[in-house]
Design a protein around this ligand. Structure first.
Ligand code: CA
Length: 307
């Protein structure tokens, strides 16, 4: 089987580690590296936790790079501190050393290099803001043709966003966080010809993290990866938590359980709707994950993490 080349760009939230853990189980994927964008995290623990997860899963040849981009609207501290908690979970701290390499280059330069050197176009799996991607494209525009597609968790098309007014008073509630962190960069990526397949809140709102599912992970606790996944989800179960990054990432392993739909869209970069992914006739065409076989998705992640 010919493997699909993938470069991941995540932003260090609980969901991002879980998405990484899912991606690493996929046999149809060759993962060329992971870039961590400093958005939904504190970057040092996020990079460290990512490398420890790769070690635990036995893929310590896969390099990790730290992006040094900056966003416009920071994620709340309460979300970002989860990166510190994950980095301190006992199962990730059994060894004195981390084997997975941290590359010396910045994440944005690493992205340019990986794409330039790849023998064929690479899929970008992005589960955070598009800032690192936008900057890499600015530095080396020729890499656009080396990007096969971008699979992205982001946006809210025909449902409200998740940037709450209580947190961000100058906002009309239409923005999704990954866009809102840096809508200007999202808009830059929208200007390219790259195929975009997004996993918007429209779909993720229908796929909650349920107590029943987390308890099923517990039944597999003898498997270290299922144990770690269950611990991560236990941390967030008191919140309204959905499969955001994990649902987007599962598309690479099981595209047949999804239905896509094309929309014409525009990214709003200013004003009270800053960060909105607006459906507009004549706008930039994207594919959005529209439906998913939920039971098949739940069984898929349980099965993949049984290791
Ligand atoms: Ca994320």
């Amino acid at each position: 089987m010919k493997k699909q080349l993938v470069l991941m760009d995540h932003d260090g939230g609980v969901d991002d580690y879980l998405a990484t853990m899912l991606l690493l189980t996929m046999e149809n994927i060759e993962l060329l590296g992971i870039v961590v964008t400093p958005a939904d995290c504190y970057i040092q623990p996020a990079v460290s936790a990512t490398r420890k997860i790769i070690d635990l899963m036995g893929f310590s040849h896969i390099p990790v790079a730290e992006s040094t981009v900056r966003g416009i609207n920071p994620f709340p501290r309460l979300y970002r501190r989860d990166s510190l908690i994950i980095d301190h979970l006992p199962i990730l701290n059994q060894n004195d050393f981390i084997n997975t390499p941290l590359v010396a280059q910045t994440g944005q330069d690493f992205m340019v290099k990986v794409l330039q050197e790849a023998p064929e176009p690479v899929t970008l799996m992005v589960t955070g803001p598009l800032t690192t991607v936008a900057l890499a494209l600015e530095k080396a525009p020729e890499i656009e043709k080396k990007i096969a597609k971008i699979v992205w968790m982001g946006g809210a098309l025909n449902v409200p966003g998740n940037v709450e007014k209580g947190i961000e008073p100058i906002q009309d509630g239409s923005a999704e966080w990954n866009v809102y962190w840096d809508a200007v960069s999202a808009a830059k990526v929208w200007k390219t010809q790259i195929e975009i397949i997004m996993c918007p809140l429209d779909l993720t709102n229908n796929v909650p993290v349920t107590s029943e599912l987390v308890q099923k992970m517990g039944k597999q606790y003898n498997y270290p990866i299922s144990n770690l996944a269950g611990q991560c989800y236990a941390l967030v179960i008191p919140q309204d938590y959905y499969f955001w990054d994990v649902l987007a990432t599962a598309y690479l392993g099981k595209p047949e359980i999804y239905e896509l739909r094309e929309w014409e869209t525009e990214i709003i970069t200013h004003g009270v709707s800053q960060g909105r992914t607006k459906v507009v006739a004549g706008g930039r065409k994207i594919q959005a994950m529209d439906k998913v076989d939920k039971d098949a998705f739940y069984s898929y992640i349980l099965q993949q993490w049984r290791r």
